[in-house]
Design a protein around this ligand. Sequence first.
Ligand code: NAD
Length: 391
Amino acid sequence: MGAGIAQTAAQGGWEVALRDVDEATVDAAIAGIGKRLDRLVEKNKLTADERAAIGARLRNGMRGGELAACELVIEAIVEDMTIKTRVMKEVAGQARTDAILATNTSSLSVAAIGEGVGAVERTVGMHFFNPVPLMKLVEIISGERTDPAVADRAAKIATTWGKTVVRVRDTPGFIVNRVARGFYLEAMRLLDEGVAGVDEIDAVMRSMGGFRMGPFELMDLIGIDVNYAVSVSVWDQLGKPARLEPHPIQRHLVENQRFGRKSGRGAYSYDMESPIPALPLDRKSFDLPHSTYEAVRLFADGAGAAGGSITEQFVFARILGAIMNEAGLAIDEEVASPADIDTAMKLGVNYPHGPTEWAERVGRRTCRHLLDALNEGPCAGRYVAARWFRE
Ligand SMILES: NC(=O)c1ccc[n+]([C@@H]2O[C@H](COP(=O)([O-])OP(=O)(O)OC[C@H]3O[C@@H](n4cnc5c(N)ncnc54)[C@H](O)[C@@H]3O)[C@@H](O)[C@H]2O)c1
């Protein structure tokens, strides 16, 4: 992530001093960026002169004196509070006293990092997405005591680097890592309940929902271990609500080193030319109460997924309903505005529509009826609708 952020800043015209554990690691990172820039020249996306100028703006920040003029420090170190605050404090001591201290953390509290560094007002979250040079989104996270002028400046800088920013309150998972949870968790519950198989669920979300990838394919791409760690962290920090409880399937896969594509096996097996589902389905017939059946049909029709079997519509409604409800809850908790939630989900994880604009299209009442109907079943209150659906 650090190299991607450095490349983005340099392409945005900034002088960048990179740091890591030692000089050689930084040299290797700069060489890696150079190769990526070369490829952009080959593809005619950069001229040779532009590439040379960008390269000249990237320097090894381990060689002393490079940090004194820094206006902005962005840390993208391992996700460990102690290491992050120790290194940030050391680097901040060498930068300008009014430098903005930004963290790319995915799961730690921005305010807690600021406190650890001893500079809460100057600390802000700049949460980039991977691969940074290609992904447009940056979540700008304000801790409780972050100076609004600092957050504004961080947002402006990211915008000049060609990014689209959304503003987020310092809460677990911010927008994307929180609102996306339902996509994965609900899919695993449906598999576990015997409603549909891995490939069937993925196909429904692609064809009915217009998602580029289904939940199991995406989990395998992201890494089951990475996805599981985010699930645990968000669930834990939000007070362990039933709706966000990590699923035993994830844990089982992680314990068995089935991390997805990178280990050759996850929800799918990648031994053959095309992926083969590798999680068993114990298919069970299910009987929906009439009111739930109607609520699913209405919701699916409204969400642009008319047609298909009731099983397909049920899969679609459960997963999309869970995503929309998490977005609604985030609005209730003033985590971000509906517009920013939509932007974040479209740019951060390629959703075909923002969850709140989708909910508006379906009608908040219809969404609420779906959630209320789902909540009638044995679900430990997982689908209690956000207040936003009642407004
Ligand atoms: N990978 C992603 O998709 C992603 C997305 C958004 C945010 N993040 C966040 O970005 C941060 C980095 O993630 P990553 O995936 O790039 O991790 P990574 O393990 O690839 O990189 C971490 C870097 O930190 C360096 N580092 C470790 N200890 C250090 C120290 N004491 N001083 C200086 N550098 C040190 C490592 O050498 C390495 O270069 C984490 O906070 C992560 O949560 C990651």
